[in-house]
Ligand binder design. Structure first.
Ligand code: SF4
Ligand code: SF4
Length: 346
């Protein structure tokens, strides 16, 4: 990894360069809550000033730019006795600016499944390869527990990662593409003073985490508590709306539908993100539902995040952003559920 110092005016110039030849996605203020707190989402921007890097969080993650809610995998067309198939991958360059460390880490986890897993997805890979990632450090939110999940620090998965030192950025460079882009603006070598300031900022961030969960023994605890009353307690509240999975940067379960036109001349295979909390998620042909009640579906979402993924990849799937906890109308959130499980175990 290489490090440089980038003045804020030079960062502005860099974004203008990126804007010239990329679709640029960045945190954009889209309104305010009743209490005046601003609401941000990752959206396309056409000018530097539309971006707000001082955002708290976004309701949706940037997952949607890699795993869209709905996408056509292939289209089939019939002509006489013959047929043709069309498959379209994304190839236009895109940049996402302003991802937090936990969101970059979420992409690294998705890479393990969709780029380097048993069944790589060319749709995901084409988007990921064509997306330039600029991450940025942030002071943790009150309810964020990314430190407990080991997702508050990034070492790869991005092109540039910025740490705000006040009047300048400390920049980590992780790709050739980023290195050549940076050569188009003015940067400076890192001095001892910069390193010292960087360490102080990182220390402030590390010490700023207010929410922690005990993730060390979680897979074993989940096995022990498979039939715990805790699942009933939280399951009773769950509305099975699926919002938690939609906003989650790492939830990737999906269904595939085949749509055929009335005259049988065209068919589409459409992939749609799904949530394991939705009633028919585990329903199979013949109508049997393996997870007919709320508590079982809720439990399996936690098992995939903190137990199943761990078994396959030696790390949890959850990055501790707590988007699921914030969006849940029933007040279900990982720190509270996991705390209950630990207390049940005592
Ligand atoms: S946990 Fe909350 S957000 Fe998720 S399905 Fe249940 S009610 Fe909806
Ligand atoms: S499960 Fe919740 S806290 Fe964990 S990554 Fe998903 S949205 Fe974030």
């Amino acid at each position: 990894m290489l490090f440089r110092i980038l003045g804020k005016d030079q960062f502005h110039a860099l974004v203008e360069i990126i804007l010239k030849s990329n679709e640029v996605i960045a945190p954009k203020r889209i309104g305010a809550k009743a209490n005046g707190q601003p609401i941000h989402e990752f959206l396309p921007i056409s000018a530097f000033d539309e971006m707000d890097l001082h955002y708290r969080s976004t309701q949706y993650s940037a997952k949607t730019y890699f795993l869209p809610y709905q996408e056509t995998l292939s289209t089939f067309r019939l002509h006489g006795g013959d047929w043709e198939q069309e498959i379209a991958y994304r190839s236009e360059p895109r940049a996402i600016i302003g991802l937090r460390a936990y969101d970059v880490n979420a992409l690294v986890k998705l890479d393990k499944v969709f780029a380097r897993g048993r069944f790589p997805s060319p749709y995901y890979i084409s988007r990921r390869k064509n997306t330039f990632i600029v991450g940025i450090d942030h002071d943790p939110l009150e309810d964020e527990f990314s430190q407990s999940m080991g997702a508050d620090i990034v070492t790869h998965g991005f092109d540039l990662f910025l740490t705000d030192l006040g009047d300048r950025y400390f920049v980590a460079i992780a790709s050739d593409h980023a290195f050549s882009l940076l050569s188009m603006v003015e940067t400076a070598e890192v001095t001892d003073d910069d390193t010292q300031t960087y360490k102080e900022v990182r220390r402030r961030i590390l010490e700023g985490f207010k929410t922690q969960i005990n993730a060390k023994n979680l897979p074993n605890l989940l096995d022990l508590e498979f039939t715990s009353e805790v699942w009933k307690k939280w399951g009773k509240k769950c509305l099975s709306c699926g919002s938690c999975a939609m906003v989650c940067p790492t939830c990737y379960c999906y269904g595939v539908n085949e749509e055929v036109t009335m005259d049988f001349s065209e068919a589409k295979r459409v992939k749609q993100l799904y949530s394991c909390n939705i009633l028919d998620f585990a329903e199979v042909a013949g109508g049997h539902n393996f997870r007919p009640d709320h508590e079982t579906r809720l439990k399996y979402r936690y098992y995939h995040q903190h137990r199943g993924f761990m078994e396959d990849y030696d790390e949890p799937k959850c990055v501790g952003c707590n988007r699921c906890g914030r969006v849940c109308l029933a007040g279900i959130n990982p720190p509270a559920v996991i705390k209950d499980l630990y207390e049940e175990d005592l």
